[in-house]
Design a protein around this ligand. Structure first.
Ligand code: SF4
Length: 212
């Protein structure tokens, strides 16, 4: 299927959302997103638009959503492949999940320079891609990794400690919020974030059995 024309330089969020909504399938969305230059600073400094990983079937058991690509992700064009990604893969395995059966996405698809926090207009623009991705994947179980992602799904006043450990209904999806793997690295192997992330992934695995 034909891909829609990518959003132009400094395009408003509405234009990105319209373009994403016009993508008939994952391949068309990926092609359009890779040409997106809506965020001028990110488009000028990125190496790759990190669209996301999806299982070959196109029907993931669950969808993991982080904040934005880091340096390794920008170099390779794939999400969660640096240190955080390696820990994530390890904890998915310990929880009884295989990365090949899950989708891995970010809210913002282009690396912010020096890993700064994405700016509000960047999040607003890139949200159009993520919303369409969740539709195309028919995502029924979502895991928000880290506070930024938790706030995207559950609202700006979200406090991670109070929303963890149970699913929240968002537009008919079961949304779980948990620690970002980078927090688990920062606090070390005996730190609370690593244990919490593993516990949450284990609970999600149990709840998502048979949903792929
Ligand atoms: S961050 Fe998203 S909206 Fe901004 S240029 Fe990259 S793909 Fe486009």
């Amino acid at each position: 299927m034909a891909a829609p024309r990518p959003p132009r330089l400094d395009a408003p969020a509405e234009e990105v959302a319209r373009t994403a909504a016009a993508a008939p399938d994952w391949a068309a969305l990926a092609t359009a997103a890779r040409g997106c230059v809506a965020c001028p600073e990110l488009a000028a400094t990125r190496q790759h638009v990190v669209v996301g990983d999806v299982p070959a079937s196109g029907r993931p058991r669950l969808v993991l959503v982080g904040e934005a690509p880091g340096a390794t992700e920008d170099e390779t064009g794939r999400p969660f492949v640096g240190r955080s990604g390696q820990l994530l893969d390890q904890l998915l395995g310990e929880a009884g999940l295989d990365r090949a059966e899950v989708a891995v996405l970010n809210i913002v698809k282009c690396r912010p320079p020096a890993n700064r926090t994405p700016k509000a207009p960047e999040v607003a623009r890139c949200s159009g891609w993520l919303r369409r991705q969740l539709e195309l994947l028919d995502a029924r179980v979502v895991v928000a990794l880290g506070l930024s992602s938790a706030k995207w799904f559950l609202g700006p006043r979200t406090v991670l400690a109070t929303v963890r450990g149970r699913p929240h209904d968002v537009d008919g999806r079961a949304v779980w919020a948990t620690y970002h793997p980078s927090a688990a690295i920062r606090f070390g192997p005996k730190g609370a974030p690593r244990a919490g992330l593993l516990a949450d992934l284990t609970a999600v695995a149990a709840s998502s059995e048979g949903t792929a």
